[in-house]
Design a protein. Structure first.
Length: 132
């Protein structure tokens, strides 16, 4: 998209793909015909409009080239990630056993996270938690 100024002073952004032709008016301003037949009169000169459109399209082509350069690396990384996911390897917590999740709960027995409270869920009264 290129930034232009209409004759009434309002700044607009115009998509370069909708430009059909650019003509010069008597006062050296650009008259842009769009693909749908709409005509825009802008304060920018024809040279400015064409240079901005070329620069925009060149930028798109440059971004496309950079994208295509990085594409094989991205595909390889995605394949590696999907292979790890298929194996069940999450890439973390590998030292906790085959489950890959919180297998360290086994040291608490069947109580879960209740600690010494037993089945009733009471807190063991100590001096430090008297006012908790």
């Amino acid at each position: 998209m290129i930034r232009l100024i209409r004759e009434d002073g309002i700044e607009i952004l115009l998509n370069t793909t909708v430009i059909k032709k650019v003509e010069m008016s008597e006062d050296r301003r650009a008259v842009i015909t769009l693909t749908d037949g709409e005509v825009l009169k802008v304060k920018n000169p024809v040279y400015d409009v064409t240079q901005k459109a070329k620069a925009f399209l060149m930028g798109i082509k440059e971004e496309r080239r950079e994208y295509e350069k990085r594409l094989p690396e991205a595909i390889a990384a995605a394949k590696e990630k999907s292979q790890k996911r298929e194996k069940g390897d999450r890439g973390y917590r590998s030292d906790r056993g085959d489950r890959g999740d919180r297998s360290d709960r086994s040291d608490r027995g069947d109580r879960g996270d209740r600690g010494d409270r037993g089945d009733r869920g009471e807190r063991k009264r100590t001096r430090n938690n008297y006012y908790d």
